[in-house]
Write a protein that binds this ligand. Structure first.
Ligand code: FAD
Length: 476
């Protein structure tokens, strides 16, 4: 059992690792090292003086599954229940999702009726795609791109339009490069175990555990599709930081890890800009590529695998309009790469979370997501692109797709470099080989965070919890 644990990286993964370490009955001494001036990582919210909240990173967390329940349990324990903003199942933001294809907005079909007749932009009823999945033979390949998998099981149109857009919405990535096994493990497993994705999803594999709380029971009863917090997602990071300080965790910002060295005593020396920290165990919660840069030379094999986990840049453009009306109401719309590869989609933030509008005003808030796997080809180097170009591009899209001609009353442009890891074909082999290396070398090092086993906030929190349980010898 380690006496001192250094957690490197103060995003949601590092904070969650500290949270699970600090609340364990045999809590070790915990030190969190964060390179930047603040904790939270991609959880970034701007709160304006007039009460509006603009999200620059995640804006909604799904409550479903064991990981969703665990996050809600943590939120309750942090005392944030009263700040939750749920989106119930019957809300337009839960029911209506759109695609912008062939120059028009299309509502994604829902209900049996929507599946039995052709609904544009699809030329055939989706019922036929479902039927194809029920009869198509299962593959024995160890992995496949998301596009190839969906093409094989549901047909080309579903892959080219629906799944292409979905991968852009979730991973800002290209479904022709992403791995189905790592990006959508439930679909991959469903085919393996039931021969059909639909059958596998319907029959399921039993309810996984996950801490139930009054909040998770409420989420189920009201069929929440997602939730946020009154002060924005960054307030989750702030609440975690406050909890950790109370529990005696040392939080250091402006503390980038420059180099990791093995300590003769079996632990680690962590070289910072202005000194050294020693620890029996290190939890790395920084991106895989960043960890590769600080590993000792003798861990080059590990560094090489880590460098093969790339990440893409996304430009996030928040826009606020006064007195404007959307032509449709819903969560937002995604854009398939065949329509416009540079534009991932537009989120109608004020539909899902009107509580984040500026006080007393019925303003409309939208977020335009640009770039992703197509960033460099569309806008050039993310470090050099002019914010004015991205703003113009976002406004043009809002005008063309939603008919909003007026200029926004407020706008914020952020370019997030290397913000979403890409689980490309064969990612499972890389993570397996990384795990094997750590075991064989007996390294007192745990890897958590979005680079490995899921990019959602829930997945990041779950990976931190699992790593801490393994470290402390507690059941997972
Ligand atoms: P990070 O947030 O990247 O944190 C890593 C931290 O490590 C950073 O604070 C960094 O400064 C620090 N660091 C790096 N190098 C060092 C070093 N050498 N020494 C010390 N510190 C270092 N998920 C959802 O569930 N719902 C959403 O709606 C959603 N939307 C998203 C929208 C965007 C634009 C983005 C970018 C992501 C979104 N995600 C969403 C995904 C999710 O937010 C991220 O995957 C998650 O926040 C990643 O957390 P992390 O802690 O693993 O990494």
């Amino acid at each position: 059992m380690p006496r001192t644990v250094a957690v490197v990286g103060g995003g949601i993964s590092g904070l969650a690792a500290c949270y699970h370490l600090a609340r364990s009955p045999q809590a070790p001494k915990v030190v969190l090292l964060e390179a930047s001036a603040r904790v939270g990582g991609w959880l970034q919210s701007t709160r304006t003086e007039d009460g509006a909240v603009f999200e620059h990173g995640p804006r909604g967390i799904r409550p479903v599954g064991a990981v969703g329940r665990d996050t809600l349990h943590m939120v309750s324990e942090l005392g944030l229940e009263g700040d939750i903003l749920p989106v119930p199942g019957d809300h337009p933001a839960s029911r209506n999702r759109f695609l912008y294809a062939r120059g028009a907005l299309h509502k994604l079909p829902s209900g049996l009726g929507g599946l039995l007749r052709p609904v544009p932009p699809f030329s055939r009823a989706l019922f036929w795609s479902g039927l194809r999945d029920l009869v198509a033979p299962a593959s024995t390949q160890p992995d496949e791109t998301v596009h190839a998998f969906v093409c094989r099981r549901f047909g080309e149109e579903v892959a080219d339009i629906a799944v292409d857009s979905l991968c852009r919405g979730v991973f800002a990535g290209d479904c022709r490069a992403l791995s189905v096994r790592s990006c959508f493990p439930a679909l991959f497993e469903a085919e393996r175990h039931r021969r059909s994705v639909l059958l596998g999803l319907v029959l399921g594999r039993g309810k996984k555990p996950g801490a139930e709380s009054p909040l998770s029971r409420r989420a189920r009863a009201e069929r929440w599709s997602q939730w946020s917090l009154r002060g924005g997602m960054e307030s989750l990071a702030a609440a975690l930081a406050a909890f950790l300080r109370q529990r005696g965790v040392e939080l250091h910002c402006h503390a980038p890890l420059r180099r990791l060295r093995r300590d003769p005593g079996g632990g680690w020396q962590l070289a910072l800009a202005d000194g050294t920290v020693t620890a029996d165990h290190v939890v790395s919660a920084i991106p895989a590529g960043a960890l590769a840069e600080v590993l000792p030379a003798e861990a080059e094999l590990l560094a090489r695998e880590l460098r093969h986990i790339p990440a893409v840049a996304v430009a996030v453009v928040n826009l606020q309009y006064e007195g404007a009306k959307l032509p449709v109401t819903g969560f937002g719309h995604l854009v398939p790469s065949s329509e416009d590869s540079s534009l991932l989609g537009i989120v109608y933030d004020s539909v899902a979370f009107p509580e984040h509008n500026r006080s007393g005003a019925a303003s409309l808030r939208l977020t335009v997501m640009l770039g992703g796997a197509w960033f460099t080809q569309s806008f050039g180097d993310p470090a050099a692109v002019a914010p004015s170009l991205l703003l113009r591009r976002a406004q043009d899209a809002v005008r063309a797709h939603l008919g909003l001609e007026a200029a926004p009353s407020h706008s914020i442009v952020k370019v997030h470099k290397a913000c979403i890891p890409q689980y490309t074909l064969g990612h499972w082999r890389r993570t397996e080989s990384i795990g094997r290396y750590l075991t064989e070398q007996g390294l007192p090092l745990s890897l958590v965070g979005a680079s490995y086993a899921g990019v959602s906030v829930n997945d990041c929190i779950a990976s931190a919890k699992a790593a801490v349980n393994r470290l402390l010898g507690q059941p997972c």
